[in-house]
Design a binder for this molecule. Sequence first.
Ligand code: FE2
Length: 293
Amino acid sequence: MKQAVHADTPSRDRSVRRRVHGTPTSDGAGMRLTRLIGTAELDMLDPFLLLDAFDSAEPGDYIAGFPAHPHRGFETVTYMLAGRMRHKDNAGHEGVIEGGGVQWMTAAKGIIHSEMPEQEAGLMSGLQLWVNLPSHMKMAEPEYHEYRAQAIPSEQRGSGCDIKVIAGKASQDSIGPVNGRAVAPLYFDVLLRANGRFIEPIPVSHNAFIYVLAGKVIVVGEYSEQDTVVGQGELAILSDGHRVQILGEAPEARFVLVAGTPLNEPVARRGPFVMNKEAELKQAFKDYSEGKF
Ligand code: FE2
């Protein structure tokens, strides 16, 4: 099952460098969520600044939503797994994302938006990821893109592995609707059935993580002692390497794989603003208070 590795060959398979369980928190007007990236436990995984998971059938956990709030200096990516959320911003964009849909918003120089549940009962589940922008793009014009579930291609690998390609290109050439972004992101939603196996190259330059949505997976290391089980609700940061091999535990497991090129730039962040320097942060607060967004 494993490839023989010559003593001086660098590791190829990305194993699990670290597992993160996240911190229960609330944000917006009291929306309950688990923060996986952007905490004391895991400050960031360059270029990813924040990852929130929300998953509740209790309207009291989500009904307050995220009323109008600003962002500057990065992108927000919302992947809805179940439920409906309405986005509205001050650049004139408005839309509803629902189960399987993705919203990719480039806040760049500044946007004010609200993200409110479009339901009063039932399950609401999804992920929000913040992707940093390089310094030369932090003050670019904002952009907003929304993709319904039908716009997201899927790839089958045998009978045991289905991959939805949200961002980037998968190894059988499916191209996700999100492309040409600064950090060349990969964002895949992978379903593994019994005996399903996911093997995928990941550019050596990229930082990568998985987040398990359901069931348990085994991230296969270069050596068997590096094999790591990752369960539902856990995030696993992957080590350096050329590819990842993941097996699902029966009967079924589901995870997202996210990867991107690190920017290796200084980060000055506070609340909804992420810049390079403290002075730029101060300017962001000033511009917002003066109504310049
Ligand atoms: Fe937001």
